[in-house]
Design a protein around this ligand. Structure first.
Ligand SMILES: Cc1cc2nc3c(=O)[nH]c(=O)nc-3n(C[C@H](O)[C@H](O)[C@H](O)COP(=O)(O)OP(=O)(O)OC[C@H]3O[C@@H](n4cnc5c(N)ncnc54)[C@H](O)[C@@H]3O)c2cc1C
Length: 471
């Protein structure tokens, strides 16, 4: 591990000379606030705190900061909006936090090439809104999209609600301007749709959690916005029936929905309490939200009727058609609010991000019950069932003294099952600081050696976001 140099008064002075004193902060409150993400501080063994926060305004600023830090061997941790759920933006070795909140411009909307070029600090939902004004859509849609930055989405390869139809963030990224740890500025990809010249460095960068390079510009793909959207809210008495139904939409109805989301009874109860409002049949075992879209109202109606009938044949208690904005907003507010609601009511929990082949979701949910019985925990499960990514929340009572041990034991059991089902540790939240000790359960020695080798090539001094992934 690299021996890092301290951030002295001289370093602060030099950073001020690079980006201007108004873009440098050593204020303790600010340093602490910018040194955490949405992983609760109770999960860390110590308090992490950067020595200084910098706010670059341009690629040139980023390049000069990186060149300086590389020369002086000072760690740099890139930071988006801090909504991460893996501790990716936590400065494991102190040093510099590089916040992108001032690099927040939409640089170009290219209506002929159907691309939008943005800086990393643009809020995800702002890109969606801009595209929508031109009857286009940016299809990346994490539940945190009203707060997260696009640079954070790229670094985590964020998933979200529309992955079944449109893929993860990476599927919508065409090009990236990247500042390497040395300070060198380079472009991977561009506006072109096809490119096999060299290696696919765009998609090596996507999901690299800010450990290989700093993303300073992003070219995103846009697609035509469909004129009509319908969401079905479908309560099922039994959670098994809801989950078993999920693959049928594609395999039997032959329809690719935009979203196919799942919330079990406990997840819905927690979010209803948090929001102070509930959805119909809130005692049902589980609810599905199935979103369909299209331009032709008749085709769309045929599709949702077909899916609705199939739901009823598969044990659904009712099928609610949300074809108006109010109802749609209400049900998505519930779905998107679960993560926040869990954090509001619990301090002793594990928020898991398991991804399994779609067919194995029922087996995973069954295993969660067994694991919880063994460790005397409760679970609230929800997530992107349509793509096999389930957020399992293992919950311990607030008075539970041995919660740490119980949750850790349950977590290991859950990971063993996940592996047997052909699944993996994280579908979209990333490894960061939080999951790195478990990565060896899922990647073999050869893969870990390759990841370390790639890191060494990009960042020989190990200054960029150290202590993450496999380090
Ligand atoms: C309520 C809630 C709901 C969520 N829902 C989803 C969901 O549906 N799908 C999903 O995938 N995630 C979800 N998340 C997790 C989180 O929002 C995503 O991981 C998001 O992509 C993080 O973006 P951010 O801007 O907050 O990044 P941060 O948390 O600030 O940083 C994340 C990582 O990106 C790196 N990084 C940031 N900017 C750059 C850059 N310019 N260059 C290089 N590296 C950079 C950081 O170093 C860090 O490793 C949710 C989180 C919350 C709190």
């Amino acid at each position: 591990m690299t021996a890092f140099m301290p951030v002295t008064d001289k370093v602060i002075e030099d950073l001020c000379a690079i980006v201007g004193p108004h873009n440098v902060s050593v204020d303790e409150e600010k340093r602490l606030a910018y040194s955490r993400d949405e992983v609760g501080v109770q999960f860390w063994d110590r308090q992490y705190c950067a020595d200084v926060v910098v706010f670059p305004e341009s690629t040139e600023h980023v390049s000069r900061i990186m060149a300086y830090a590389n020369d002086k061997v000072i760690p740099v941790t890139p930071r988006g909006a801090g909504t991460g759920l893996s501790g990716g933006a936590v400065p494991a070795f102190g040093g510099i936090i590089m916040s992108f909140e001032k690099m927040n411009r939409i640089l170009e909307l290219d209506l002929e090439n159907l691309t939008v070029t943005v800086e990393p600090g643009v809020v995800t939902s702002e890109i969606q809104s801009v595209a929508m004004k031109h009857s286009l859509q940016y299809a990346g849609d994490p539940c945190s999209g009203d707060a997260s930055f696009i640079g954070g989405n790229v670094a985590e390869n964020a998933g979200g609600n529309k992955v079944i139809k449109y893929g993860t963030t990476g599927a919508n990224v065409l090009g990236l301007e990247v500042v390497l740890p040395s300070g060198e500025i380079t472009w991977f990809g561009g506006k072109r749709r096809k490119d096999v010249t060299g290696l696919d460095l765009v998609h090596l960068m996507v999901g690299s959690e800010g450990t290989l390079g700093v993303v300073t510009k992003i070219i995103l793909k846009l697609v035509p916005l469909q004129e009509r959207i319908v969401d079905l809210l479908v309560p099922f008495e039994k959670v098994e029936d809801a989950i078993s139904f999920v693959p049928k939409v594609i395999t039997e109805a032959k329809i690719v929905p935009v979203a196919l989301e799942f919330m079990d009874r406990r997840a819905l109860k927690i979010v209803s309490r948090y929001l102070g409002s509930s959805l119909p049949f809130d005692d049902a075992g589980a609810h599905l939200i199935i979103q369909l879209e299209g331009n032709d109202p008749e085709v769309l109606a045929d599709e949702y009727e077909k899916v609705g009938d199939m739901c009823l044949e598969s044990g659904a208690l009712e099928v609610f058609v949300a074809d108006n904005r109010n109802f749609r907003e209400k049900l998505w507010k519930a779905r998107k609010g679960i993560a926040e609601a869990v954090m509001a009511f619990y301090t002793k929990y594990a928020k898991e991000d398991i991804s399994v082949p779609i067919k194995e979701v029922p087996a995973l949910i069954k295993a969660v019950d067994e694991v919880c019985r063994k460790w005397d925990l409760e679970a609230a499960n929800y997530g992107h069932a349509g793509d096999g990514n389930v957020h399992i929340n293992l919950l311990a009572g607030e008075d539970r003294v041995d919660w740490h041990e119980a949750i850790e034991g349950a977590r290991i059991d859950l990971y063993e099952v996940t592996k047997k089902l052909g699944g993996t540790l994280s579908g979209e939240h990333g490894i960061g600081l939080k999951r790195k000790k478990y990565i060896g359960m899922f990647l073999d020695e050869a893969q870990i050696r390759l990841i370390k080798g790639i890191k060494q090539v990009f960042d020989p001094k190990g200054i960029l976001n150290p202590g993450k992934l496999v380090e």
